[in-house]
Design a binder for this molecule. Structure first.
Ligand code: KG4
Ligand code: ZN
Length: 329
C-alpha cells in the first residue's frame, strides 16, 4: 500500500491505495470550511493548527480500522503548490512516518494530483488535455506522461474558483463560494449581465479580475435582497463559464489530443460541466471528469499519483523533501 497525505490548503486528508491494482482502500477528509467561513476565506494560521489536529485523528482511524502498517511501502505527500504553513503539516507527518516505518517518501505536486483524480482505481491515459479549475489555478495543460506536462494557458490574475469565492464574500454568502454561488444562480432569470473576460483577445489566457470588479461596481450602494443576489450570481457564473468555453474552444481548434479531462474543485460546477460536454461533442473529444467526491482536494488523488511515482522510482530523500508555495513543474 501507499499512504498518501494532502494538506495543501484547508482540507486534511489521508488515503491508502493498493500499489498493484490501484484500489482505494481507505480515504478520509476533514474539511475546515466551517472554521474559515466566518472570515470569508482561508486563514493560513488557523488552517495550519487545524491540520495538526486533524491529520493525527485520521491516522488513528486507519489504525482502528485494523490496517497493517507493515504493508505500507511508501508515503506520498503533497509538497507543492499551496499554503506553506499548511503544506508543512503534511510533510512533517510524512517524514515522521517515513522514519518510524523505515519506508521511502514520494513528493507529489498538488496539480499533478488533480490530474490523477481522473485515474482513480484505473490506469492513467496519456496524452490528455487538462482543464484545471481550482481556488488557486486556472490552467490548460497537455499531459504526455508522468514527467512531461506542458503548460498551454494560465490566468493573468485571479483563478476561476477564487472569483466565485470573492463574489460570495462581496454578497456575504459564506465560504467556499463556488457551491453557494452556483446554488444562488439557479434562481436567477438573466435580468442582468456582466462582460465576458478577454472576449475580443486572441490570447490563450484566462482573466477573472475584471469580471470580479464588474460585480463589485454593480453592487456598490445597492441594498441586496435574495432575488438580486441570485441575479448577480447567475450573471457572474454565466460570464465566467462563457469565458472558459471560449478559451477552451480556441484551444480545441488546434489540438489533436482526443481526451479532454476537467479537474480541480471548481470542476464540480454543473453548468460548467454541461457546457464543456457540448463543446467536446462539437470537437469530437472524449471528456473525462473525476467523481464529484474527488474534484476538491483529497488524498486519494495524491495516492493515485503516488502509485505512478512509486513505479517510476521517483523517491525523494528525507533531507531533500521540502515544500514550495509555487508549482515547480
Ligand atoms: O481544488 P480545490 O478543492 O482547492 C484548490 O486547490 O484550490 O478547489 C477549491 C475551489 C474553491 O475556490 C471553490 O469555491 C471552488 O473550487 N468550487 C467551485 C465549485 N465547487 C468548488 N467553483 C464553482 N462552482 C462550484 N460548484
Ligand atoms: Zn486543489
Amino acid at each position: 500500500m501507499i499512504l498518501s497525505i494532502e494538506s495543501s490548503c484547508d482540507d486534511s486528508s489521508i488515503a491508502l491505495s493498493n500499489i498493484d491494482n490501484y484500489k482505494l482502500l481507505f480515504h478520509q477528509k476533514i474539511s475546515q470550511d466551517k472554521e474559515h467561513s466566518r472570515y470569508g476565506g482561508v486563514v493560513p494560521e488557523l488552517a495550519s493548527r487545524l491540520h495538526s489536529a486533524s491529520l493525527p485523528r485520521i491516522l488513528e482511524n486507519i489504525k482502528n480500522d485494523g490496517f497493517d502498517f507493515s504493508k505500507i511501502k511508501a508515503i506520498a505527500v503533497t509538497n507543492e503548490p499551496g499554503l506553506s504553513v499548511s503544506l508543512i503539516e503534511g510533510v512533517m507527518m510524512a517524514k515522521a512516518l517515513s522514519i518510524s516505518l523505515q519506508i521511502p517518501l514520494l513528493a507529489i505536486n498538488h496539480l499533478k494530483g488533480h490530474i490523477y483524480s481522473l485515474f482513480l482505481e484505473k490506469k492513467a491515459i496519456f496524452p490528455i488535455s487538462i482543464l484545471l479549475l481550482s481556488g488557486g489555478h486556472s490552467l490548460i495543460l497537455e499531459a504526455y506522461d508522468y514527467n512531461n506536462i506542458k503548460l498551454i494557458a494560465t490566468t493573468m490574475d485571479d483563478s476561476f474558483g477564487e472569483a466565485f469565492d470573492k463574489v460570495a464574500k462581496m454578497l456575504d454568502l459564506g465560504y467556499p463560494g463556488g457551491p453557494i454561488v452556483e446554488s444562488y444562480a439557479l434562481n436567477g432569470k438573466g435580468d442582468i449581465c456582466f462582460p465576458i473576460p478577454l472576449r475580443y483577445s486572441n490570447e490563450m489566457a484566462f482573466s477573472f479580475s475584471g469580471l470580479k470588479n464588474a460585480v463589485r461596481v454593480f453592487i456598490e450602494n445597492k441594498s441586496l435582497n435574495q432575488s438580486i443576489k441570485s441575479e448577480i450570481c447567475y450573471a457572474f457564473q454565466e460570464s465566467a463559464i462563457k469565458h472558459i468555453i471560449q478559451k477552451s474552444k480556441k484551444y480545441m481548434q488546434y489540438s489533436n489530443i482526443k481526451y479532454f479531462g476537467v479537474v480541480g474543485g471548481a470542476s464540480a460546477n454543473k453548468s460548467l460541466r454541461m457546457e464543456l460536454e457540448k463543446l467536446c461533442i462539437q470537437f469530437d473529444k472524449d471528456i473525462l471528469f473525476a467523481p464529484l467526491e474527488f474534484c476538491s482536494d483529497n488524498a486519494a488523488m495524491i495516492g493515485r499519483c503516488g502509485i505512478d511515482a512509486y513505479h517510476l522510482g521517483e523517491f525523494v530523500s528525507f533531507m531533500d523533501l521540502d515544500i514550495s508555495p509555487k508549482s515547480r513543474f
